[in-house]
Design a binder for this molecule. Structure first.
Ligand code: F6P
Length: 539
């Protein structure tokens, strides 16, 4: 594309331009390069861009048809071409009176019917009206799911802990490693435990295996028969038949639809455990937050469109600076699972190497997304961010106020937390010159070690407080950012065929581990490892 070539030329012209120069040239850069979406303020001034870069990136987005694809998504067209599905997570937070059609049918009434059933169920559990088989109140909720059926609700539960009913213990089990379920259940009373089995397909081996073990644990613990299952198991799925086959009453099933991708699903029925924890009102506030950013993404002009901007910055670094990864660093303990959640959202979406027509791409697609909350990361891997040889763009996310529930003595630590966020952004951008180091009287042999080149790009995302609405806004911001990047790179961001091969192979390999079966097609390394495994197990 000529727009791509123009950016490549522009990249060469920029050369090694330093953020110090860019800030010196424009004293208003700090305010000019800022955008507000809902309650989120994005400062993108510490990125390696000029007005010209931003203009060229917007032209690229226009030429790549980002706006057209966005509108097709919102309209419910089948933009997930390999699975022939619409991509309508935005319908999950549409207002009751909206009309969004798939194959001529308005899906919004069904979305709200499920939300209403979820709200009713969550209220009954929270009020102690929904009791277990023996009539005892439910005090523990265990969500069993994996991938999108785990990461979303688990992340949001952590994020919104301050808003949860502290009388309820909500836990998340995902790994097929039996230790995960064991540790989650070992101190729980089955009579007070509700299992929420979350699986879009209801065929995922990890989830079905864990749910089966959980059922055995329950029935043994209660000394009861299958009829006890109805009070202790609910299902969140698109697959009614498989739910019934598993033995869960479909009256206790909360439905969603094939047009909700797993990694885009936590504001659907998949959010039930979260809704039980925070209550329906807070859940609806979160949906409102999502909607705020959906509307912004759909209608804001390109210059002020925050997801478009974030997406294009990622394209700029990945495709024109060869950055391989992107760090997301929340300065909030409550966002401890946020980056893990984004890993699936981003890497399962844009970890592709053929374009929408199936032709190999010869440009970089999705980055490795990683990060953990500040300030912990500062004492682990930030050294590499500051002085390593790799360019790693980063998002710094922080909040002006701690959550209301923190006691004053601990809330007082918040300024120190945020001072660290701002300090990191400044140090990464501006570094420390040799002259500055020498001026401190440092011996000449130490100067290179103590010099920070700087020029490491960051975007700072700041909001007043981490509320349910703000969480919804943040997640929607990243959902649409990932969308923009997929659209520019011309990949289908909504399938995940790459995960299938490993799943199929695991099924084939298992008999080689258990029965020593000869499995056709095993490579020499894997069959030798299987034999060694059997020997170690004494088989
Ligand atoms: O990892 C592949 C995947 O299909 C994800 O996309 C999905 O979120 C996860 O498995 C779980 O799938 P399900 O909800 O169908 O159990």
């Amino acid at each position: 594309m000529p727009q791509w070539q123009a950016l490549a030329r522009h990249r060469e012209e920029l050369g090694e331009v330093h953020l110090r120069e860019l800030f010196a040239e424009d004293p208003r850069r700090g305010e000019r390069y800022g955008v507000q979406v809902g309650d989120l303020y994005l400062d993108y001034s510490k990125n390696l861009v000029t007005d010209e870069t931003l203009r060229l990136l917007r032209e690229l987005a226009e030429a790549a048809g980002v706006a057209g694809l966005r509108d097709a998504m919102f309209r419910g067209e089948r933009i997930n071409t390999t699975e022939r599905r619409a991509v309508l997570h935005t319908a999950l937070r549409a207002p009751r009176d909206a009309v969004i059609e798939v194959d001529g049918e308005n899906v919004v009434p069904a979305v709200h019917a499920v939300l209403d059933r979820m709200s009713d169920f969550a209220r009954r559990v929270r009020a102690g009206e929904w009791t277990g088989h023996t009539g005892r109140r439910i005090r523990n909720v265990v969500n069993i799911g994996i991938g999108g059926s785990d990461l979303g609700p688990a992340m949001a539960y952590e994020a919104l802990r301050a808003y949860t009913d502290r009388e309820l213990d909500v836990r998340f089990v995902s790994n097929v490693d039996g230790a995960d379920l064991y540790e989650a259940l070992r101190d729980l009373d089955p009579a007070e435990t509700l299992f929420v089995v979350a699986s879009k397909t209801f065929t995922t081996i990890e989830t079905i295996t864990n749910a089966t073990s959980a059922k055995d644990w329950l029935l043994q613990g209660l000394g009861a028969g299958e009829d006890a299952v109805a009070r202790h198991f609910v299902a969140l799925s698109t697959n009614t038949e498989a739910v019934a086959k598993f033995g869960i009453d479909t009256a206790n099933m909360f439905e969603f639809w094939d047009w909700v991708g797993g990694r885009y699903s936590y504001d659907s029925a998949i959010g039930l455990s979260l809704m039980i924890a925070i209550g329906p009102d807070r859940f609806h506030e979160m949906l409102d937050g999502f909607r705020t950013v959906d509307e912004h993404f759909r209608t804001a002009p390109p210059e002020e469109n925050a997801p478009l901007l974030l997406g294009l910055l990622g394209v700029w670094y990945g495709s024109f600076f060869d950055a391989q990864s992107h760090a997301v660093l929340p300065y909030s303990h409550y966002l401890s699972k946020f980056t893990a959640y984004l890993q699936q959202l981003d890497m399962e979406s844009n970890g592709k190497s053929v374009d929408r027509r199936g032709e190999p791409v010869d440009w970089q697609t999705g980055p490795v997304v990683w990060g953990t909350p500040g300030t912990n990361g500062q004492h682990a891997y930030f050294q590499l961010l500051h002085q390593g040889t790799k360019l790693i763009p980063a998002d710094l996310i922080g909040f002006a106020r701690p959550v209301d529930t923190l006691p004053p003595a601990l809330a007082a630590q918040h300024d120190l937390l945020m001072a660290n966020l701002f300090a990191q952004g400044q140090a990464l951008a501006f570094g420390k010159t040799e002259e500055e180091v020498r001026a401190e009287g440092v011996g000449e042999e130490q100067v290179p070690h103590r010099t920070f080149r700087g020029n490491r790009p960051t975007t700072t995302i700041l909001a007043a407080e981490l509320t349910p609405s703000v969480l919804g806004q943040l997640v929607a911001l990243y959902e649409h950012k990932v969308f923009v990047q997929g659209a520019v790179w011309n990949v289908n961001s909504f399938d995940q065929w790459g995960v299938e091969l490993g799943k199929a192979l695991a099924k084939r390999i298992e008999p080689a581990l258990t029965e020593g079966a000869r499995v056709e097609g095993l490579d020499a390394s894997t069959s030798a490892l299987a034999a060694r495994y059997r020997a170690l197990r004494g088989r």
